[in-house]
Structures are given as C-alpha cells and as structure tokens.
Design a protein around this ligand. Structure first.
Ligand code: AHR
Length: 531
C-alpha cells in the first residue's frame, strides 16, 4: 500500500473492477462522488460457493457451537443446536468444509464412526491439546450438511494418513454396492451414500499439513489422487492444498500437473489458497478484536483489500499453465484473525466480531465477485465461535455477529451475474501509513431478475453522499438495507444481541438511478426491481 502524507480527500477515477490502491487527483478540483452501474455489460456468474463456510474441530467451533449432543437441555436435532442451525439455514450456506484445517491432517475417520460411547478419545494436538471425543464424525457432519441444505467439502488427511485410508473414507461415504465398507456404513445407520461434492487432498501442506515443499507435495497430491476414487455420478471435485498470501509457487507447481501428467492420473479441479487479515500484519501480535484504535481500523481494511492482488497473482499463473480454465482457485480459508482476549485459553481462537468485520466481509465479497471466473469457492474461517465467526454461542445463548449480517445482506449475489461499476470522484480515506478509497462497490443481476448494488463506506468517521447512475437496466422500485455501528468496534453481545443489525436505508430514486447517504463505517445493499 502506498503511504500518503495527506489525509485530505483526493479524487479517484477508477473502474471498481481494477486494483483499488491508486489514488490520483481529479482534474478540475473536487468532483461529486458518482458511480455508474453498467447493467448492460453482464460478466461472470458469481458462484454461490463464494459464500461458503469452514468448521474445524477447534475451540468451541464444533462442540458447544454446533453440537451439544442429543441429551442436552439445549433444543437440538440429533445433537445439533436448533438455534444455530436455524440461523445458518437463513444464510443458505452453499458448502461447508470439515474437519479442518490443521486438524484434518491428524484426523482418522474411523475414530468418528460407530456407537458414540465406543469411539476413541484422542488429543486435539493442533488446537489446545484438549480431548477430542469424536462425538461428531462422518455421520454427524454429513447430517449437519443435510440439515443446512448445504454441500460437503471434506478435507482429507495426507499429513499423517495413508492413501488407502483416504480412499476408504471416500468409499465409505459414496459407495452404492454391497462391499464391506458399504455394509459398515449401513450398520452405522446410513443406507444411501452421501453426496460428497468436494474433497481436499491435504491442508496447508507447507506447514501443519506436513511441512512440505511445493514440488514434493505435487507428487504427494498425484499419488493420493490416483487412489481417490468414487462412483462416477458421485465423484467429488478434488482440491489440492496450495499456498497463502502472496505466494504463487504452490499454484505454479500444482498447475504444471496438467502439462506433465495425463488427465486420468491427476484429477485436479482446484488449488486452495489461504489469506488471513491481521490488523498489524504481524503473527506475533495480531491486534485486538475490540478496543482498537482507528489506525487498526484502517490497517485492517487496507490489508484485507490485498486479497485482490493475491487472487490476481494466482490467476496470472493459471492463465499461463491452464489457459483453458479447468483449474479453479479455492480460497478455502479467509477472514480476520485477532489476538486472543486477555486470559483466554490458548488455541481456542474465540474472538468478537465487530462492525469492522462486517466491512472486511463485504470488501472481500466485492473482490471475490470480480474474480468469479477463476475463483470457484471461498470459505470464511470459521462458522461458529472461531475467528471471524458468523454465530457466537454462550451456553444456551446465541447471537448473530455483524459478519453474519453481511452474509445475509449479500444473499442476492449468490449465483447472480456480475456487472461492472465505474466510480468517479470517490475520495480517499487516509490515516497514518494507509490510504484506501472511501467507497467499495459491487453490482450484479440477481437470479430473480433484480439489480443489486452493494456499497461499503470504509471511513471510520465520515458519511458520504453518493449518486449512482444505472445504465442498461429498466429499474422499478428501490429498497435498501444498511449495517453500521455506533463505534468502530460496535458488536453484538449476549446481553445486546441486536446492537449491530441491518436497518432500512433511504434510497432516493431518480430517472438516472438513485442517491444514497452512506453512514460512516457501513455496509449497504440496494435492490432495484426490474420495471
Ligand atoms: O482456521 C484456523 C487454522 O488456520 C487452520 O486450522 C489452518 O488451516 C490455518 O492455519
């Protein structure tokens, strides 16, 4: 990010599909900020999988958060909390990744089947060194997937498991025949195979997944994937474990598979990538979830925008090695990662989610939409009680975080058609070493035929008046929702679970489009019906 010496608003003329970091003085002085939505220039489909989730055996993500067990006084369906499942169903979660994360590469799937009281108790050596009861295993997770109306993304173990174990897990879940594994599944209560839509061949193999090099892992991937077979009609997409942040060497090595290995021996549908947003960018001192200064508000937003460049870098490699576009990017872990609250146990990763996190989510969505051609999936880390969670629980209480509300507001973007937005006269918001455009926008034609326009005001203190011109769309009525908070760390607590919640946004319709007044630190979504 280019440091700026002046916090004074400077005009930017950009197409919001381009990198956001360039701020240039406007010709002829300050212009009124104005956006133009080019609805007559439809682009790629914004896959619903860009709104995916990730739930790992970590802290209170699975146990307490999703699962309380059938005997719990907390209302549940076959062990899963009704309140949490109900809230998550409203988000129409398209896909959920499980069981890790780092946990995936220590997980033995056979520990999680059969009578629950006979399952082995292990130590979760990745997270907190706590006892893992294995009460949630394959049957329970895939039941949750069905309760949510979602799809399964299974993360396999290559770090400490064998190709045979991975292959047999997939066979257990998907086989239709009368094999020993199919009989075992039936004996454990599931007659029909489950649909397994996605299968990850390892996780973060550069670190907790086995500490490998890209070249070594590429051969490991090929070896495991050769044996990872399922019935043709229920064959998951195979995702290789890739790099993080600005790294491209993993994508480079893996995408060369296509050039050097016959297709039937590689089966590579996607390469994962991870990007976490830390206010400081420093893994030894991330920055706090609440009670942070404005410097960390802007640094967080600025750092999260870097995912744009990270995705573009992967795309450039893939354009070279896979010009036919067969391999997708799977950003299967993203979100904010703060320091634990003082006194919190180690390895639990419980954090509050504030209005800042809602903006982080919305900025990521706006970026994801622009990369929809190659970005096939994105999974926020993580669903409940861990990192940038959409839901937090405390005993029998549950709350929706501001991040939850951002997901809910963006629902019309699932499977919508991207349309470009041009911006003129949008000022920069600058503080200290960071400068970002004050407004981020994204627009799409929803599958229901309306035009949706998402608008994020990144400024911590200043609202902004915006005119939005709409071209190529006969607009009828307009409605809007806005999410903001009364402070930069405004959040929902169990005492005040609706302190940060969406409200109606006044939309001033005109012949050309509409005008809105965006409050400071806000996410808005305007919907225009087709006339
Ligand atoms: O999401 C928490 C952890 O972050 C995951 O287990 C790991 O893949 C990543 O480092």
């Amino acid at each position: 990010m280019t440091p700026t010496t002046s916090p004074v608003a400077r005009s930017i003329r950009i197409v919001l599909g381009a990198l956001l970091a360039v701020a240039a003085p406007a010709l002829g002085g300050a212009a009124e900020p104005e956006l133009t939505v080019r609805a007559g220039q439809p682009g790629d489909t914004i896959s619903r999988y860009l709104y995916g989730q990730f739930a790992e055996h970590l802290g209170r993500g699975i146990y307490d958060g999703l699962w309380v067990g059938e005997d719990s006084p907390i209302p549940n369906t076959r062990g899963f909390r009704d309140d949490v499942v109900g809230a998550l169903r409203e988000l129409r979660i398209p896909v959920i990744r499980w069981p890790g994360g780092c946990f995936a590469d220590e997980y033995d799937w056979r520990d999680g089947i059969g009578p629950r009281d006979e399952r082995p108790v292990r130590i979760n050596k990745s997270w907190g060194w706590v006892e893992e009861s294995n009460a949630v295993g394959t049957h329970e997770f895939l039941d949750l997937v069905e309760l949510l109306g979602s799809e399964a993304y299974i993360a396999g173990n290559i770090g400490s498991g064998s190709p045979r174990e991975m292959a047999q897990w997939l066979e257990y879940m998907t086989t239709t025949g009368d094999t020993t594994l199919a009989r075992l599944r039936r004996a454990n209560g599931r007659d029909e195979p489950w649909k397994v839509a996605f299968f990850g061949v390892g996780n973060e193999t550069w670190g907790c997944g086995g500490n490998m090099t890209p070249e070594y892992y590429t051969d490991v991937f090929k070896r495991y994937s050769v044996f990872l077979k399922a019935p043709r009609e229920n064959s998951p997409k195979r995702i290789a474990s890739g790099g993080q942040d600005a790294q491209t060497d993993w994508t480079e090595a893996l995408s060369k598979i296509l050039q050097t290995t016959p297709g039937y021996l590689n089966s590579l549908d996607g390469i994962s990538h991870h990007y976490y947003t830390l206010p400081t960018g420093d893994w030894s001192k991330h920055g706090r979830a609440i009670g942070f200064p404005e410097e960390e508000w802007i640094s967080t937003l600025s750092r999260t925008l870097r995912v744009d460049g990270h995705l573009a870098a992967q795309e450039a490699v893939l354009e070279r090695n896979d010009p036919e576009g067969r391999i997708g990017i799977y950003l299967d872990e993203w979100g904010t990662w703060y320091d634990p609250e003082p006194g919190a146990a180690h390895g639990i990763l419980y954090q509050q989610s504030t209005v800042r996190d809602a903006l982080v989510a919305a900025l990521n969505f706006n970026i994801f939409h622009r990369h929809a051609a190659r970005l096939h999936m994105a999974n926020i880390a993580q669903t409940v009680n861990v990192l940038q969670a959409v839901v937090l629980t405390d005993g029998d209480k549950m709350l929706r975080t501001p991040t939850y509300h951002a997901f809910a507001m963006y629902l019309p973007f699932q499977d919508a058609t991207f349309v470009p937005v041009e911006a003129a006269g949008v000022p920069a918001y600058a503080l200290g070493d960071f400068s970002v455009p004050q407004v981020s926008a994204s627009a799409a034609l929803s599958s229901e035929g309306s035009l949706v326009v998402a608008l994020v005001n990144l400024h911590a203190r200043d609202g902004i008046e915006l005119r939005v011109q709409v071209a190529g769309f006969e607009a009828g009525s307009a409605s809007g929702r806005v999410l903001t908070g009364d402070a930069i760390d405004a959040h929902n607590s169990f005492e005040e679970p609706d302190a940060v919640a969406p409200a109606e946004l006044a939309v001033d319709r005109s012949a050309e489009g509409f005008g809105v007044s965006l409050p400071a630190r806000s996410v808005s979504v305007v919907t225009l019906s087709r006339r």
